[in-house]
Design a protein. Structure first.
Lengths: 119, 148
């Protein structure tokens, strides 16, 4: 192998390694975020099922499950798991629909007025 | 060098397994896609090597190996590129990169084959190996990010 060929090989290997490292970092980010979202989903669904609730507000999720879950993260969960969670709006103390929250889906679920919700 | 690459791939799988984040589709991809594709090449290279005509690595690094890598990269790249949200920008980025790497490798390889008669055999083999490794590793990442 000539010196020029060797230099080309080194350059090609370096370029390939750089692209692979970048892709590896992005993949780890996606895997980490997906794993975190799965844990949050399981915690929320378990809480709802254990208390026979259908939905709960974002504040209550922070209060009872994990105070590090911010609104942006929680509102993304129905996008990650559209067949298990959906966005919901819960009533406040005055009866107005102002409190953002999450609700679980059931196979034969039909939303009923006055259904039990965790505020 | 091939051993190092396979060891690196195995290390990635082990690291991801430790975090319990290896999706079943990734395991299916490794078993059904990568191993089944490489098995016939491995057997052919083994028989050639036993005949003593050339070294095992030289017999293994063939155009078919490149074809396997580029096929895997093309399929996985398109899957990642077309994947739905969430993480759609990242999925599209990795998918597109994988497709581009596969196409670039094909282009480079054709250029070397057509206009590179003056290149040494060892250089062409090493380029084949780099192309295969890039395609295989990027298709691995594409499979990991493409779905649950």
């Amino acid at each position: 192998m000539t010196d020029a060929e060797y230099a080309w090989l080194i350059a090609a290997a370096a370029l390939a390694a750089s692209v692979a490292l970048l892709a590896f970092a992005l993949t780890l980010y996606v895997i980490y975020r997906r794993g975190t979202a799965q844990v949050a989903r399981d915690q929320i669904l378990n809480y709802l099922k254990a208390n026979d609730f259908t939905m709960m507000s974002l504040e209550r999720i922070r209060d009872r499950i994990n105070q590090d879950y911010n609104d942006e993260f929680l509102k993304k969960l129905p996008e990650y798991f559209p067949n298990q969670l959906r966005r919901a709006v819960l009533k406040d103390k005055d009866g107005a629909l102002t409190r953002p929250g999450l609700a679980r889906l059931k196979e034969d679920y039909v939303e009923q007025p006055g259904e039990r919700a965790a505020h | 060098m091939l051993v190092y690459v396979l060891a690196a791939l195995a290390t990635v799988v082990v690291i991801l397994s430790v975090f319990h984040f290896v999706p079943p589709r990734f395991i299916r991809w490794v078993l059904c896609g990568l191993l089944l594709s490489l098995l016939p090449l491995f057997l052919v290279a083994l028989s050639t090597w036993k005949q003593g005509s050339e070294e095992f690595s030289q017999a293994f690094l063939t155009e078919e190996l490149l074809a396997v890598g580029l096929t895997l990269a093309g399929a996985a790249g398109v899957e990642a590129f077309a994947a739905p949200p969430p993480f759609q920008p990242i999925r599209r980025g990795i998918g597109l990169t994988t497709i581009l790497v596969a196409m670039t490798c094909v282009g480079l390889y054709v250029l070397f084959k057509i206009g590179g008669q003056n290149l040494s055999r060892e250089f062409v083999k090493q380029i084949e190996l780099i192309a295969f490794c890039s395609a295989a590793i990027l298709s691995l990442f594409s499979v990991l990010v493409a779905g649950p």
